[in-house]
Ligand binder design. Structure first.
Ligand code: SAH
Length: 453
């Protein structure tokens, strides 16, 4: 180890900043609202402002200062104030002058109660910032809420669990399971209740279920929250729509359970999936139910949410990029357009056996985009239904197979040739149909004419 990172409690600590430029302002900003006593000497040439003092400091100004930051253009002046600060017993940092400094400032991630620093000993600050960006993406936004919750319960925990090891086990459980997830989501009251429950019944840690939207396939289209859930999971329950490239990003030693679901395939019944999630969460595991696209768009996420909640398990829903958005972006189709589409509807062509199909009359209007899910087998019905309801036969259509994946195909044509296009090109699931004027924008890999030719 070539550098050592220490943390200094800020409330009440005296900090001095010397300088008038942007670098000085950045240092001063660091301590805004931190509880430190900040004095900023901007020199006699500075405009009067209540934020700073318009002179340079004297020796007695630095008395009692813990940290002194110097951001001045003149090296002689910097060295002078550095000496002054050191004589007063302060630790001195001269911006961009590691040789003149007692300490360097690490790249910081500030989550209030939790602060992460990345240091390279001043050798490669840009590399430190690169690392920071990566770590930052892995840390939940609400981490400080968790830290504050823990702070509030510290004494209760001390009193309840006098044994050090028992206490440590408790905190580990609290920072892994439902209490943590609820706290970072901002569900602080529930998180506190969970922590107290765990404190009284440490033998029964409670897990949590994340209903996670995996997006259409490209793992880069995962949300930061989804990625975190995947990397924290003990168990991942997925079906065919969960893209392999996304599963690759999950924690290596997480168990994976495949619950099927292909058209006509024998898949695990919905109730059994819910039972599995409930049992695993009750055993204290972090369960990720990974669903293609968004869990609440034709994903039966609502039913799963209801079942798991009814069993008293905490559920956190992480939205995903639904197929319509992912496919439209991948094919270059704007779903709405000032001149060509004032509305967009997400429709499914598939219904329960014996159930009513979509109401084509209300959907067959001009300048209205339809994103049709699960429409491969029903392409002929979509075509016939819309034309019978009055949609123009020459309305542009696009078919996007495996949208956002390496094997994506985009086919284009007219509404009256939709079924033929799907059949001739042997379109396979998953594929999304887009019907509407905007479909003419598609960057296609084959058109109906080319196919026919
Ligand atoms: N919850 C999912 C939809 C599940 S229904 C979502 O929000 O996207 C399954 C249907 O979604 C498929 O039949 C297909 O129409 C569509 N779909 C999902 N992923 C797709 C992809 N990568 N490319 C094209 N269509 C996709």
């Amino acid at each position: 180890m070539r550098v050592f990172l220490a943390s200094i409690p800020l409330p009440g600590t005296s900090i001095v900043v010397i300088g008038a430029g942007d670098a000085a302002a950045a240092k001063a900003r660091l301590f805004d609202g931190s509880g430190a006593k900040l004095r900023w000497f901007a020199g006699p040439a500075a405009e009067p402002d209540e934020a700073w003092i318009t002179r340079w400091p004297e020796a007695e100004d630095l008395c009692g200062a813990r940290l002194v930051f110097i951001a001045l253009p003149d090296p002689t002046q910097s060295a002078f104030f550095a000496g002054l600060g050191r004589t007063s017993g302060a630790q001195v940092n001269v911006v961009d002058q590691p040789g003149l400094s007692d300490f360097h400032t690490p790249a910081l991630i500030d989550r209030d109660g939790v602060v992460v620093g990345i240091a390279t000993g001043g050798v490669a600050p840009v590399l430190a910032r690169e690392v920071r960006a990566r770590v930052e993406a892995a840390l939940p936004q609400g981490l400080d809420r968790l830290a504050r919750l823990a702070e509030g319960l510290r004494e209760t925990v001390m009193a309840t669990l006098p044994d050090f090891m028992a206490r440590r086990r408790f905190w580990e459980a609290a920072f892994r399971g439902a209490p943590r997830d609820l706290a970072v989501e901002g569900r602080t009251a529930e998180a506190r209740r969970e922590m107290l429950r765990l404190l009284n019944r440490p033998e029964q840690p409670k897990g949590v279920v994340h209903l996670v939207g995996a997006g259409p396939g490209d793992p880069e289209l995962l949300t930061l929250k989804a990625l975190r859930a995947l990397q924290d999971a003990d168990l991942i329950i997925h079906d065919r729509l969960a893209p392999p490239a996304v599963l690759d990003r999950a924690r290596r030693d997480a168990r994976r359970i495949y619950v099927g679901k292909r058209r006509g395939e024998h898949s695990v019944p919905q109730e059994q999936i819910a039972e599995l999630m409930i049992a695993e969460a009750k055993a204290g595991h972090r369960v990720v139910r990974l669903k293609g696209g968004d869990p609440f768009v034709f994903g039966r996420g609502g039913e799963e949410l209801e079942a798991v909640r009814a069993a008293g398990i905490d559920v956190i829903v992480v939205p995903g990029i639904t197929a319509a958005l992912g496919c439209a972006a991948a094919a270059g189709i704007p779903l709405t357009h000032r001149d060509q589409a004032q509305a967009v509807s997400f429709v499914t062509a598939e219904t329960r056996p014996g159930g009513a199909g979509p109401d084509w009359t209300s959907l067959a209007v001009p300048n209205h985009t339809l994103a049709v899910y699960m429409g491969v087998a029903g392409a002929a019905a979509v075509q016939a239904g819309l034309i019978a309801a009055g949609r123009a036969p020459d309305t542009p259509v696009a078919v996007i197979e495996n949208g956002s994946r390496p094997d994506q195909r985009v086919l284009t044509g007219r509404l009256d040739g939709l079924a033929r296009l799907v059949a001739r090109e042997k379109v396979i699931s998953p594929a999304l149909l887009i019907v509407g004027e905007v479909a003419a924008w598609a960057r296609s890999s084959a058109t109906e004419q080319e196919v026919a030719a």
